[in-house]
Ligand binder design. Structure first.
Ligand code: GTP
Length: 659
């Protein structure tokens, strides 16, 4: 049971989590997609501005170089320089130099983006040079003859330009690292078109690119700029960015792989969004004033890029603590609801099981009670206030011999009570109805087959606030008890040895017979009988033989008497006969006839006693009449005893009469 509960709790925890996640995920995914789109747009915008800035900055620089190279002063100076035997003493030359130096200073100061401006003669010697303070050239370039910028520029036509790849040039201080620079060079011609030298502007590349908005530390995006070989072209510190001049392929291979695959694109790299495009300085964008622009072939085009952190789910959530809290709350509530549901369901289930158990037990108990009720050894019934049977058990129905449907609601219980005992029943039932008390009555029930069943009915009333509801009775079958009582009563009046009635029986019968004789006026006689010398029989043959003699006497005498004559044993060897409707004479005849019969029929006692197995004996009899007015046999018995005494005195084996 506990195991099942745990399993349900686990499901109730996991299921809401899954459901909430499944519900929320598409919302967040859409939200995230939106954020990725806006990041992509931002990347594109930054990339565009990076491109524009480079384009515009480079255009300006190229135009400034070209515009400066157009100055006649430059050609004139270089021409004079070439022609002068002793340049230091040539005043015009000195004047031109001063003018040129002033021009270069002005340009340096005004534009601020150059580190060095130099006018170089055809031999590669710098004739005039200006350096932005405190920039120092390392080493100070005086002879440009060997530099590729000079050599390339000397081959160009008017208005053509050479742009060197960014390289490390000057440092702002001796102990500081050198910064990246770009040399922009164009040939200088005199007004006759003779190539006299080269004008070279050195652009402070680090400063120039430092203005890219997303190069800044605090910027969300990171600017990328490499040449066609993947050489990193932006200044960088060791900690955060790729140092200038390093190969991007080594430093950040994934980025280089994406950027080198095509000219432009927008790709997602793990946690970042990379936007990139190509930028070739030799293209027509610069030809507003320039003729041809050359550069180191293998370094072009440059590849510009912007790397933006790709918005993730955690970023989205951490942006809004309230939202995070709300989501956590939703999860918590759904899990709490699941757990609550499982627990309450579990409780409900156990309650239902207990209720089921109770109802099963209750039904079982009810069945048992019903069974006990139906098959109880006593009868049960309930009656309404009119005495109609509302309910009756099977035992009582079986006693009565009826079916339930014949009785319930159809019969009044009183109908089953015999008319003789109805009064007792009515009295008891009235007591139950009227006083709401217990009532009991001994009655007889009249069964369907006509038999009578003695019962005792004990009834109680079921009374509520609304008064009497019904009476409930228990009925005990008294037939067994009655039989027992009768048997006991019979036993109490029977002589066990002879089976004859005893003295009490005689007295009981005498009461009826005296009354009947009184009513009818018929005579009633009484004969007292005593076996002669019975003691001798006992003493001679034993008590058992004496008993046999007594039984033989009783048997024979019973046969000789009419129905209605009452023979009983008064005790010992004394007997009495009450003869209804018999007068003195007839009584004496009966006595004599009996005496003779006994005389002629000795008792059968067995061959161990005598040869023929019989034992002769005789009886003496005293006869009297029950006189009118006598209510009991008392006096008659006395008279009969007196007559018997007389018979004994006169020699036994005879009858005597006493008035
Ligand atoms: N076997 C047997 N003897 C009984 C029973 N009841 C009484 N007796 C005996 O009957 C005898 C009666 O004796 P007695 O009263 O002296 O009279 P009797 O011997 O008959 O002499 P008479 O009556 O004068 O002729 C006694 O010995 C009793 O013990 C009995 O139920 N069975």
């Amino acid at each position: 049971m506990l195991k099942v509960l745990w399993a349900r709790l686990v499901v109730a925890t996991l299921l809401p989590v899954v459901l909430v996640t499944v519900t929320l995920y598409p919302i967040f995914a859409a939200h995230l997609e939106e954020r990725v789109d806006s990041t992509r747009q931002a990347a594109e915008a930054w990339l565009e501005s990076e491109y524009d800035m480079l384009l515009q900055g480079m255009n300006e620089s190229l135009n400034q170089v070209l515009a400066t190279a157009e100055f006649p002063l430059l050609g004139r100076f270089l021409g004079r320089q070439q022609a002068a035997l002793t340049p230091t003493r040539d005043i015009a030359l000195q004047h031109d130099r001063e003018q040129l130096e002033a021009l270069f200073d002005t340009l340096l100061t005004h534009f601020g983006r150059y580190t060095r401006l130099a006018l170089i003669d055809a031999n590669g010697h710098a004739m005039v040079a200006a350096t932005a303070t405190p920039l120092l050239s390392l080493p100070p370039v005086v002879d440009y003859g060997a530099t590729s910028a000079f050599q390339e520029a000397m081959l160009l036509q008017q208005r053509d330009l050479y742009v060197s790849p960014p390289h490390l040039g000057a440092s702002r201080a001796r102990d500081k690292p050198r910064t990246a620079v770009i040399d922009i060079a164009t040939p200088v011609f005199d007004d006759r078109g003779q190539r006299l030298g080269v004008l070279m502007f050195t652009l402070d590349w680090s400063r120039f690119t430092a203005t890219l908005p997303h190069v800044r530390e605090d910027s969300q995006g990171e600017a990328l700029l490499v040449d066609a070989q993947g050489t990193w072209l932006l200044p960088g510190d060791e900690a955060h960015r790729v140092p200038f001049g390093r190969a991007l392929a080594n430093e950040r291979p994934a980025i280089w792989q994406a950027m080198s695959a095509s000219n432009q694109g927008m790709v997602i790299l793990d946690e970042h969004l990379l936007g990139f495009r190509s930028h070739d300085i030799r293209t027509h964008h610069y030809r507003s004033q320039a003729g041809m622009i050359t550069s180191e072939v293998e370094t072009q085009p440059w590849r510009l890029g912007v790397l933006m952190p790709k918005p993730g789910l955690t970023d989205l959530l951490s942006e809004s603590p309230v939202q995070l809290l709300a989501i956590a709350l939703v999860y918590l509530l759904s899990v709490a609801f699941g757990v609550f549901w499982v627990l309450s369901n579990h409780r409900l289930r156990s309650l239902r099981q207990r209720a089921l158990q109770f109802s099963r037990e209750a039904r079982q108990n009810a069945d048992e009670v019903q069974d006990l009720y139906e098959h109880a050894p006593c009868g049960y019934h309930s009656l309404d206030s009119d005495g109609r049977v509302l309910k009756i058990n099977r035992t009582e129905l079986e006693w009565l011999g009826y079916r339930a449907e014949e009785v319930i609601g159809k019969r009044c219980y009183r109908d089953f009570v015999t008319p003789e005992t109805r009064a007792a029943f009515d009295q008891a039932f009235q007591q139950v109805l009227g006083l709401g008390q217990e009532g009991a009555a001994e009655c007889e029930l009249l069964c369907r087959d006509g038999t009578r069943l003695p019962v005792v009915i004990q009834a109680t009333a079921h009374v509520t606030e609304d008064g009497f509801q019904y009476s409930r009775a228990t009925v005990f079958d008294l037939s067994e008890r009655k039989k027992l009582e009768e048997r006991l009563a019979e036993q109490a009046m029977t002589d066990p040895l002879t089976g004859l009635g005893n003295r009490r029986y005689l007295e009981d019968q005498a009461t009826m017979e005296i009354a009947r004789a009184e009513r009818s006026g018929a005579p009633l006689s009484l004969i007292a009988i005593d076996l002669d010398h019975f003691k001798r029989i006992n003493d001679t043959y034993g008590h058992d033989v004496g008993d046999l003699v007594l039984q033989e006497f009783a048997h024979l005498t019973r046969q000789m008497l009419r129905d209605g004559d009452v023979l009983c044993r008064m005790g010992g060897e004394e007997f009495a006969i009450m003869l209804p409707g018999t007068g003195e004479k007839q009584a004496m005849q009966v006595a004599e006839r009996l005496r003779q019969a006994i005389e002629r029929a000795p008792a059968k006692v067995g061959r161990s006693i005598s040869r023929d197995g019989t034992l002769a004996y005789s009886i003496s009899l005293g006869v009297t009449l029950v006189n009118a007015g006598e209510t009991s046999l008392k006096l008659a018995i006395k008279r009969a005893d007196k007559a018997l005494y007389t018979a004994k005195q006169n020699g036994r084996n005879r009858a005597a009469y006493q008035k």
